[in-house]
Design a protein around this ligand. Structure first.
Ligand SMILES: C[S@@+](CC[C@H](N)C(=O)[O-])C[C@H]1O[C@@H](n2cnc3c(N)ncnc32)[C@H](O)[C@@H]1O
Length: 388
């Protein structure tokens, strides 16, 4: 493959890719991790009609902001490529990327100059924030998958893992066969578990005075400390609504605090074990205004229950693939006035929001939540209103 020398990175695009241009004006999309203003040599990986795809091989002129990556695995792993930037600059860069992505993705559906300013929520911890993560196991030892290629590399520590997980990672993997597994830890008492061992962990909601008791194979927000602020923001967005549907509800991360605050909640989730966890916890906490329902939101019959419930507000927190096809169903909820849309992939979310914007909904707040510092991953909460 050929090398292109001395390219200047103009800006950073979605998923942390750098944009540069050849003398002809043709775009070069450079894999992370490069920074705006840097001059780099790149190796061409693919030639397309509209652009060239490349990976950086040498940073000829580094950005003044670039710092040495603190992890010894960084050059092979790629799990925290933004570790080359101080956290506050990284969040500012993410904000610029988000702003740019929203303008490009939504301009056909609204006047993007009318979008509200993007607010940001920083993570209390830059490193050691993950209380849930995935690990490759080989020969009963933890490994990570090498960036280019499929080779597994022995992992002695991961700086993103919260201390209890880092401390007991070898011990947890010793009991596992070869494969990829979820490992989790309680931020409260530091109990650790794997998706396999049946141990439950306590996840504290300090602002609400209760714990969620959850088995290790259920999803929960990995950056548990920042999750408390996320819950607060989502609760603010739907405050004052008495009937709230929580779609893609998991084990009740938003439903339980909202029910405790007095709302009547319908929580819909496709994974039956998460629904069982949510129901068990609601019962234990005496929250009888919350109903958990197992249902696939891509299926029409799940929506019958939501229509019957008649929510005036909605919390929606789909997986990265987004919530394709649900816009048309949301439009049929005539009682609905407010939505807090939690997004972990803005491009897919914009595709889904477009239907609501076309139907007259307005984005009234945008919050960028730095759930995964040191990575290009972004969590965004959009608040939407339907003018009455
Ligand atoms: C990003 S997680 C959010 C979970 C929860 N809101 C939380 O904060 O812990 C997305 C959830 O959507 C669920 N899910 C994915 N596809 C679904 C579908 N088609 N119907 C219902 N739930 C789905 C997943 O099982 C997962 O629990």
């Amino acid at each position: 493959m050929s090398i292109i020398q001395n390219l200047t990175i103009e800006k950073i695009l979605w998923r942390g890719r750098g944009l540069a241009r050849l003398k002809s004006g043709k775009a070069v999309i450079v894999e992370p991790a490069v920074l705006p203003g840097e001059i780099v040599n790149v190796e061409v990986c693919r030639e397309k009609k509209d652009y060239v795809g490349a990976r950086p091989v040498e940073i000829v002129h580094p950005s003044a902001l670039r710092r040495p990556h603190p992890c010894p695995h960084a050059s092979l792993c790629g799990g925290c490529k933004m570790g080359i930037l101080p956290m506050s600059e990284a969040l500012e860069l993410k904000k610029n990327i988000l702003c740019d992505t929203l303008s490009r993705s939504l301009h056909r559906h609204m006047d993007t100059d009318q979008l509200p300013p993007i607010r940001t929520l920083a993570s209390p911890r830059g490193w050691r924030y993950r209380y849930r993560g995935q690990v490759h196991v080989r020969n009963h030892l933890p490994h990570f998958c090498q960036m280019q290629g499929q080779d597994l590399v022995r992992l002695d520590d991961c700086l993103l893992l919260a201390r209890p997980l880092a401390r007991f990672l070898d011990q947890l993997c010793a009991g596992l066969p070869d494969g990829r597994f979820t490992v989790a830890a309680s931020p409260k008492d530091h109990t650790v578990c794997t998706q396999k061992d049946g141990t439950t962990i306590n996840l504290p909601f300090p602002d609400h005075g209760f714990d969620l008791v959850l088995p290790g194979n259920n999803f929960f927000q990995a950056n548990w400390e920042l999750n408390q602020s996320l819950i607060h923001e989502v609760s603010q967005a739907v405050q004052g609504h008495e009937r709230v549907a929580d779609l893609f509800a998991g084990s009740g991360n938003f439903s339980l605090p909202l029910a405790q605050a007095g709302a009547r909640i319908l929580a819909v989730e496709s994974v039956a074990s998460a629904v069982r966890t949510g129901t068990r916890n609601a019962r234990r906490l005496g929250l009888d205004t919350i109903t958990f329902k197992t249902g696939n939101l891509a299926r029409e019959h799940t929506w019958k229950a939501i229509r019957t419930f008649g929510p005036t507000a909605l919390v929606i927190d789909p997986p990265r693939t987004g919530a394709k096809h649900i816009g048309t169903r949301l439009k049929t909820l005539s009682s609905l006035r407010t939505m807090a849309w939690v997004s972990c992939d803005v491009v897919n979310t914009c595709r889904d929001l477009a239907v609501m914007l076309e139907a007259g909904w307005t984005i009234t707040d945008i919050l960028l939540v730095d759930m995964f510092p040191q990575t290009w991953h972004m969590e965004t909460v959009f608040t939407l209103h339907r003018p009455s």
